[in-house]
Design a protein around this ligand. Structure first.
Ligand SMILES: C[S@@+](CC[C@H](N)C(=O)[O-])C[C@H]1O[C@@H](n2cnc3c(N)ncnc32)[C@H](O)[C@@H]1O
Length: 253
């Protein structure tokens, strides 16, 4: 049993806060989202889009590039600063999924990239339904490394992430009765990184973010040994990291 102050709420808060301090690393090495996934996330008729938990704007940038009118909501200040510097045309708000600082029925689509698992799902689903116009869509996306590839499985094991971050909590995000037409699509692609950037990528994972400094360095050394000596990777200048991007879409009733 957890003692007060050491339970899941505190760990959750630590992980969420840790994103603020690692926004630069996060932005430099985390993968973006392939165009085929972005096509699925936002319907062609959408105009006003909320990118919820927008982080440094990795998905937001793809939405802006499509000519959409994008509002971003993000709780972590460091993430918001990077987003605002990168995409000055985007209206950025401090806020959370459980309390979205937008009026009722104000957007055609809400996107959530690599973040749904951080939310209180029922509260977030209700808030997303509130800010969507009738018939509007929720698009949830995240990247799982393809662990059918042996070196990728070994990398995930080092990070205690053998299953994808959301799959570990159950196969499907729960969006509740406010939504219909729930669809899941997988998009396969590769993101090429230098070997040292694979080590930096490991450092941005939530497990590594909250370790004490000496344990974190020891973990990153083990990752460095893997990516420089694994027979499938040794000698490569650029490592193609295989991803399966999971896309969920649902329509507000
Ligand atoms: C892994 S990052 C993803 C950021 C961005 N969507 C992307 O694709 O790069 C997860 C983000 O969720 C945010 N977050 C965590 N808990 C949240 C909550 N309850 N409501 C809204 N955002 C939250 C974090 O601050 C962080 O920016």
């Amino acid at each position: 049993m957890s003692t007060p102050g050491e339970g899941p709420e505190r760990r959750h808060a630590e992980h969420a806060a840790s994103f603020t301090h690692h926004a630069d690393e996060y932005d430099a090495v985390r993968p973006g989202y392939p165009p085929a996934a972005v096509d699925l996330l936002v319907p062609a008729r959408a105009h006003d889009v909320l990118d919820l938990a927008a982080g440094t704007g990795k998905l937001t940038a793809s939405l802006v590039a499509r000519g959409l009118q994008v509002v971003a909501v993000e709780p972590a200040e460091g993430m918001r600063e990077q987003l605002a510097a990168r995409l000055p045309q985007v209206e950025v708000h401090a806020g959370t999924a459980e309390r979205i600082p937008l009026p009722d029925a104000s957007v055609d689509a809400v996107t959530v990239a690599q973040a749904w698992h951080w939310f209180d799902e029922p509260a977030a689903a209700a808030e997303v339904a509130r800010v969507l116009r009738p018939g509007g869509t929720l698009g949830i996306v995240w990247n799982d490394r393809d662990e059918d590839v042996p070196w990728v499985a070994a990398y995930g094991t080092l990070l205690h992430e053998a299953a994808g971050p959301q799959l570990a909590r159950g196969t499907h995000p729960t969006v509740g009765d406010g939504f219909t037409d729930v669809l899941r699509t997988d998009v396969r692609w590769e993101h090429a990184l230098a070997p040292e950037d694979l080590v930096r990528l490991a450092g941005t994972r939530s497990y590594a973010l909250v370790l004490p400094p000496d344990e974190r360095e020891a973990l990153l050394d083990r990752v460095r040994t893997l990516v420089t000596t694994h027979p499938d990777l040794a000698g490569l200048d650029r490592v193609p990291v295989p991803y399966v991007t999971r896309v969920y879409t649902a329509r507000r009733r």
